[in-house]
Design a protein around this ligand. Structure first.
Ligand SMILES: [Zn+2]
Length: 272
């Protein structure tokens, strides 16, 4: 019986079929579906991410590059402070996450938001792409969206299944067989592997809505990806290795701008 459940789950995951209970998150704005088939508990994912984040901060601090660029830190934190409160409509639990926003002073064109709201922006992405605040909000909105939609948790769930060879039924009924090492390994994969195309699209759409609701011009997502493509034609930046495909991305963003531009207009009006 349990084996049947395991096979069914594996088939669903492999096929990428939307799980039962998948929902559209909004009555206005963009429409996305949140992954529902999550074998790894949120607490385990967030704890694993928090540990990795603490390690990363420690390493950066030891090299003297943690929050060393004060103007960049101020900009990034100001943008984050406006975006984060907009996340509740996509993930109610995010309001309780211990969000952290740190800037690493290094030339990498990279940024990410780990599960549970642990954000890192490399100031290389700001300086090399000469990002405006609206474009910075587009980068951060996209990354925050991955965390809100729990894409890391979905990838960890897949990684645990595919790479660790655990007893799937046991995982489904309580994760008793998933050790800390397996979770850490899965977390590594979840952070270094590219996101799937559908996760990317959903993060783009939720990202432009977060930005619009926070009063940032969502059209900046288009200029951001054009800049990213231009810098990527030489030596591809790290960000692009986990965020492939600009042409289709830009098309999707442009198609969805009419859904979020009214939110931007409202937000700007209420800020004045
Ligand atoms: Zn992404």
């Amino acid at each position: 019986m349990r084996l049947d459940v395991a096979i069914l789950l594996a088939t669903l995951l492999a096929a990428g079929v939307p799980a039962q209970g998948a929902q559209s998150t909004l009555d206005s704005g963009v429409q996305v579906r949140k992954p529902r088939l999550m074998l790894v508990p949120e607490a385990a994912v967030n704890q694993s991410a928090a540990q990795q984040y603490a390690q990363l901060k420690q390493q950066a601090a030891a090299k003297g590059v943690l929050n060393a660029n004060a103007p960049a830190v101020a900009r990034v934190r100001a943008v984050a402070a406006r975006l984060i409160p907009q996340g509740a409509r996509f993930n109610a639990r995010a309001a309780q996450w211990p969000w952290e926003v740190n800037v690493i002073d290094a030339p990498a064109v990279n940024a990410f938001c780990m599960p549970g709201g642990k954000i890192v922006v490399f100031d290389g992405i700001i300086e090399r792409l000469k990002l405006t605040d609206d474009e910075l909000a587009a980068v951060m909105g996209h990354e925050i969206a991955h965390a809100l939609l729990e894409h890391g948790r979905a990838r960890m769930s897949e990684a645990v299944m595919k790479n660790v060879g655990i007893n799937l039924a046991a995982a489904y009924f309580g994760l008793s067989n998933v050790g800390a090492n397996a979770l850490a390994q899965a977390a590594d994969l979840a952070i270094t592997l590219p996101y799937s195309r559908s996760h990317e699209t959903d993060a783009d759409l939720v990202g432009i809505e977060l930005a619009a609701r926070a009063g940032f011009d969502p059209r900046a997502a288009v200029s951001l990806w054009k800049k990213m493509a231009a810098v990527g034609s030489g030596q591809p930046p790290q960000f692009l290795s986990t965020h492939p495909g600009h042409t289709e991305r830009i098309r999707q963003i442009e198609a969805n701008l009419p859904r979020v531009l009214p939110l931007y207009v409202n937000a700007v009006a209420s800020r004045q």
